[in-house]
Design a binder for this molecule. Structure first.
Ligand code: MIC
Ligand code: SF4
Length: 644
């Protein structure tokens, strides 16, 4: 039986386990990336391990999320990251150099390699034929220390693309179609592997868009073959030497199959408030729009900027619309300045922002109350934009541009505009002067720690008995944006756990943090796909700080479940959905001899002291994960092992 590309890359990096779906495997990580919002914690944890220099082939620390320097906090974080990178042999990407995934794609991604990043959209580089996986900061810190990354061996879904995209179609349509079919939980425990003539017909940056937003399905990652187009892209980046071919065997078998004919795809839109709520743009034609935002790690390549400029050229943004454009990187920005694209955007009336995450993570540009915002981004969770009652729609760059001109959601095929001829340059404007290389000898480097860098507290080992109230009961698809909100108000506290804990579950239940502290901690009850979305480990660490001991859910999203374990919170899955229904917020729960029960088998007994009942939950954890929990978290375990 032939091998998938996924299995070829996993095989070449396998350190432990075997490639049977569901079995725990350990893989060697070649490259890591961190960004500032998760990177400060990742580096504090890396420092706690006492390793003199990173052991990866390449590690890059990006600054792209916390860019509003309204006071010293974010600036202090940047200084910490700049100096800690120099100290430990990490490349530092300065604020302004661009969004981590876009810059990594341009300058560092390599076919056939593995990349672990403390950001859920790390899979973007899968568009180059590498296995790029998002994880919590602590897992990335361990990878920087040269340790393997452990995960349940995913199933591999073969997505065969045939046909070619129609006029005004783009990679965004492909991923929205995948999300329509797979939903936001259908990818959990799977890798999406694309192949076929349709995949070959896509530009490499469109492959990046598709791999990027595959994260919204919950998939471990997405991967495309590395072919001649990949080679040409790397040549465009002046690094053809990084190319190698990568493809599945022609007789490769997949665990599941999906077939998509690109020729049949119409412009699609993801409607509020979930990326899998997909409709045809034509079904919503005429929807009045207040804001249009182009950018984010999903759609900010030079190809996307040219697509937008081609539609905006000679036109004006509608009087009722505020349009923003965020070039994904300094490289894209430089090319736009040189080739006139920037002029086209400015002349049309777009607000051009610096290269960063910006509006995507609520760092400015919140829409008006009850506003409609049309964005080329990847997430439209309620409130993420900064305005709780705003409706966010996700579309392609082409649809965004047509909409900005019309003032209402518009299918770009209906504008009467001629087909887009995107003339991209032969060579990218390669100028790496915002990438700071670490010195060979870093003995003299002093790490800067402003008052916003609050050292991590030690965590106690797992208690013999867990007892506490079900402090909160929530429904399905709770995102880490619900658990640990981001945005301009909260992001500056990413390096200060005591402070950021005050915001836990704020949008769901404003009194939660206070109640948790007063009760001396407790448990949380969740529905399906609990913890989907971002990789932020603060969504594990901050609840742990508030005394949360366990989360009982119908099912978990991959990264969040790993983060809970890493910070000593026990994730448990209802065996019977009826027990989820019967459990009420406020019930007192108890779990006796927790570690013993976990070690004994998959089933754990939970007592409902309020209702005087008992029910079973499953733990779905490996022996390695149970030992992490028993130690009170991964950092404790690593330190114990080092001491031994
Ligand atoms: C996001 O898109 O939600 C983020 C902000 O990039 C997060 C990381 C974070 O919370 O810092 C992600 O996707 O992992
Ligand atoms: Fe940044 Fe948005 Fe991409 Fe997250 S999804 S990395 S916030 S641009």
């Amino acid at each position: 039986m032939g091998k998938s590309l996924t299995h070829k890359i996993l095989n070449a990096h396998l350190v432990s386990g075997s490639l049977k779906a569901g079995e725990e495997i350990g893989i060697k990580i070649d490259q890591t990336l961190t960004q500032d919002a998760t990177g400060t914690l990742a580096f504090l944890q890396f420092e706690a391990m006492g390793i003199p220099r990173v052991k990866t082939e390449l590690s890059v620390s990006y600054v792209d999320h916390n860019m509003l320097q309204t006071d010293f906090k974010n600036a202090d974080d940047h200084e910490y990251l700049r100096t800690v990178a120099a100290k430990y042999g990490v490349i530092y990407s300065k604020p302004g150099n661009g969004i981590c995934h876009q810059v990594h794609f341009e300058r560092f991604g390599k076919p056939g390699k593995t990349l672990l990043g403390s950001d859920s959209h790390t899979p973007t580089s899968g568009g180059l034929g590498m296995l790029a996986i998002g994880a919590g900061g602590l897992d990335v810190a361990l990878a920087m220390a040269g340790l393997p990354f452990y995960l349940a061996c995913p199933k591999v879904v073969g997505i065969e693309l045939t046909g070619t995209l129609p006029e005004f179609g783009s990679g965004k349509e492909v991923i929205l179609e995948v999300l329509r079919r797979v939903t936001v939980k259908g990818g959990v425990g799977k890798i999406l592997e694309y192949y076929g003539p349709g995949a070959a017909s896509l530009s490499v940056t469109e492959r990046g868009t598709i791999a990027n937003m595959g994260a919204e399905s919950g998939a471990t990652t997405s991967v495309f073959p590395s072919d001649e187009a990949t080679r040409a892209y790397l040549r465009f980046q002046g690094r053809e030497g990084d190319w190698s071919a990568g493809a599945a065997d022609t007789d490769a078998e997949y665990d599941e199959y999906i077939a998509i004919n690109l020729s049949e795809l119409e412009p699609l839109v993801s409607c509020p408030h979930s990326p899998d709520n997909i409709k045809k743009v034509s079904e919503l034609n005429g929807l009045k729009v207040h804001q249009v935002c182009v950018g984010s790690c999903t759609n900010s390549s030079i190809r996307d900027m040219h697509a937008v400029a081609a539609i905006l050229k000679g036109k004006s943004v509608h009087p009722d619309v505020s349009m923003t454009v965020t070039p994904g990187s300094k490289q894209v920005f430089e090319m736009m300045a040189a080739d006139g694209t920037l002029m086209t955007m400015i002349a049309a009336g777009a607000r051009v922002l610096e290269s960063a995450c910006g509006p995507c993570i609520g760092m400015g540009q919140a829409p008006p109350s009850k506003g409609v915002s049309v964005r080329t981004f990847n997430r439209n969770f309620q409130g993420r934009s900064g305005t709780k009652d705003a409706d966010v729609y996700l579309v392609s760059p082409e649809t965004a541009a047509a909409t900005a001109i019309a003032g209402e959601l518009t299918n770009p095929r209906l504008t009467g505009a001629k087909s887009l001829e995107l003339s991209l340059p032969d060579r990218a404007a390669v100028n790496d002067n915002a990438l700071v290389m670490p010195p060979m000898d870093s003995a003299a480097v002093e790490i800067s720690r402003g008052p916003n860098i609050v050292p991590l507290e030690d965590r106690p080992p797992l208690a013999t008995r867990i007892e506490g109230q079900a402090l909160l009961k929530v429904g399905d698809n709770i995102t880490t944006d619900h658990i640990m909100p981001a945005g301009a108000r909260v992001l500056p506290f990413r390096s200060n756990i005591p402070k950021i804990s005050e915001f836990v579950f704020e949008a769901v239940d404003a009194g939660f943090a206070k109640r948790a502290v007063e009760a001396g901690g407790g448990l949380i009850v969740g529905g399906r796909n609990y913890g989907q979305g971002s990789s932020r480990e603060h969504a594990g660490l901050a609840p742990a700080y508030l005394g949360i001991k366990a989360v009982l859910a119908v099912s978990f999203a991959r990264i969040h479940k790993a983060n809970l374990i890493n910070f000593g919170i026990v994730p448990l899955v209802f065996k019977d959905a009826a027990d989820y229904t019967a459990l009420m917020q406020g019930d007192d729960l108890a779990i006796e001899f927790v570690a013993d029960q976990l070690r004994r088998g998959p089933e754990v007994k939970v007592k409902n002291l309020t209702r005087e009942t008992e029910f079973s939950v499953l733990h779905e954890m490996t022996p390695r994960q149970i030992e992490i929990l028993a130690a009170g978290g991964l950092l404790n375990l690593v330190k114990q092992r080092q001491a031994a």
